[in-house]
Ligand binder design. Structure first.
Ligand code: SAJ
Length: 435
């Protein structure tokens, strides 16, 4: 990479991470070429528009495209730095699928020249960055690659995971600390110089395998702790305890921080990444594997409890509040709330209404069930049972007076005062089911 001017950068993969990264790198003054396999994505970006939802991203992409700093194409062209940010899903048996990563590396290899830097950002099993190095070595025997030459390598190869939150991506891409894992320390230094162009957080150099494992560990840690909260909620149900009261009190301990129960774990990160660790060490990861089972099992616990409640009130109209995988965003991928609501809709049909302020229409699995989308006011006026599945802010602020006469199953603990709604018992109005 030339040290005197800003590097030309190629970002392969223009999704939830690649596009914001490309836009922020362009904003730092680099010329950035974004590459994607979908013509519609390429065309949208070249019009200065975006194909994903992310706060402030539209304005930034429009600005850098208009200034000629960001353009998109289907094919990789020569650059100084190559960032690979493509999906890494898992297969039917939770085995990691790095085929998109290897395909991206194959598209980069032919245009590499001495001095270039290749950085993988996609969440990947430990050892993937070395596989990219080996692929480049095979495709370009004319290049000296790091770790396989005693001389100074021609190219640098590194791994740098992101840890951004949807809805805060532009902020966190610049402010969060970054782990920069090089195949060699020299590779880490070259990649670190690139990130210092736009990262204000601390960039910590390490080796590629440690950086790969760091990303998986961060999310597995969170999954295990969510599983603890979900298991607590199931135990509390059995014991007739208010899990939210127990957690609230336990968290007053100076060194206890129990996370929040929910209807399960959604999204394509926390529910996926732990499996990459289990795949690498299946005998040594019983806790991580079991936590995945607890969180996936919680979905079925919530379905069974809601089903029993609806069956016990055959004349009641039901509103499911929320379909998104987490609060205040419009991402429905791998959403437990969506699975719970669709299961109830298939069984109870038009008795079920769906309130999802972040969805313009119901996902396809609701078609033909008879369930209809309604807004929150209609739910509060017309429905007798409220099943809270997502902790959207708009749901949290519903005053007690507007839900006092309702039967509430609150899987997110958003209404701690619900029990004040009346002399709640299994038959009376105002029953509050928690956890
Ligand atoms: N959840 C709970 N209870 C909690 C916290 C979360 O049930 O106490 C559920 C949420 O409802 C959601 C799921 O877990 O369904 C995941 O939510 P999340 O808040 O963990 O958010 P993600 O998946 O959008 O982001 C995570 C973050 N990782 C960590 O917090 C360690 C983010 O920093 C990562 O960048 C992201 O995964 C990722 O892309 O890997």
């Amino acid at each position: 990479m030339k040290s005197d001017k800003k590097p030309d950068v190629c970002v392969v993969g223009l999704g939830y991470i690649g596009l914001p990264t490309a836009a922020i790198v362009a904003r730092s003054g680099c010329r950035v070429q974004g590459v994607d396999v979908t013509q519609g994505v390429v065309d949208t970006i070249n019009r200065g528009e975006i194909h994903i939802e992310e706060v402030d991203l539209d304005g930034l992409v429009h600005a850098v495209v208009k200034r000629g700093l960001l353009s998109a194409s289907l094919t990789v062209a020569a650059a100084d730095v190559f960032v690979i940010a493509v999906p890494t899903p898992f297969g039917p048996n939770h085995e990691p699928d790095i085929s998109y990563v290897l395909s991206a590396a194959r598209s980069v290899a032919p245009v590499l020249k001495p001095g270039d830097v290749v950085i993988l950002e996609s969440t990947s099993p430990v050892g993937t960055t070395e596989q990219i190095r080996d692929l480049i070595a095979e495709a370009r025997p004319d290049l000296r690659v790091p770790g396989l030459t005693r001389e100074t390598p021609d190219v640098s190869i590194a791994y740098c995971p992101e840890r951004v939150l949807p809805g805060r991506i532009l902020h966190e891409l610049t402010e969060n600390d970054r782990s920069i894992g090089g195949i060699t320390p020299r590779c880490a230094r070259k990649a670190l110089a690139f990130y210092k162009l736009f990262v204000r957080g601390t960039c910590v150099a390490t080796d590629a395998r440690s950086a790969e494992m760091t990303k998986l560990v961060e999310n597995a840690y969170r999954d295990v702790n969510i599983a603890f909260a979900n298991e607590l909620s199931i135990i509390s149900d059995k014991m007739g305890l208010d899990v939210w009261e127990v957690i609230r009190l336990a968290n007053r301990h100076p060194r206890v921080n129990i996370l929040s129960p929910g209807p399960g774990v959604g999204g394509h990160c926390i529910a996926v990444d732990p499996w990459f660790i289990v795949a690498s060490a299946p005998q040594e990861s019983p806790l991580i594997r079991t936590a995945r089972g607890v969180n996936d099992g919680k979905i079925h616990h919530v379905i069974a409890k809601a089903d029993a409640l609806i069956t016990a009130h055959p004349d009641a109209r039901v509103a499911c509040l929320g379909l998104a995988f987490k609060a205040n965003i419009d991402d429905f991928r791998e959403s437990p709330a969506r699975l719970v609501a669709a299961t109830l809709a298939r069984k109870y049909g038009s008795r079920i209404s769906i309130v999802e302020p972040f969805a313009a229409e119901l996902p396809r699995e609701f078609s033909g069930t008879g369930a209809i989308p309604i807004d929150l006011d209609e739910a509060l006026e017309d429905c007798d049972i409220l099943v809270v599945l997502v902790d959207h802010d708009i749901f949290k602020v519903v005053p007690l007076a507007e839900r006092a006469g309702k039967i509430v199953y609150d899987t997110r603990g958003i209404w701690p005062d619900q029990h004040k709604a009346g002399a709640a018992d299994s038959a009376a109005e105002g029953l509050r089911l928690v956890g």
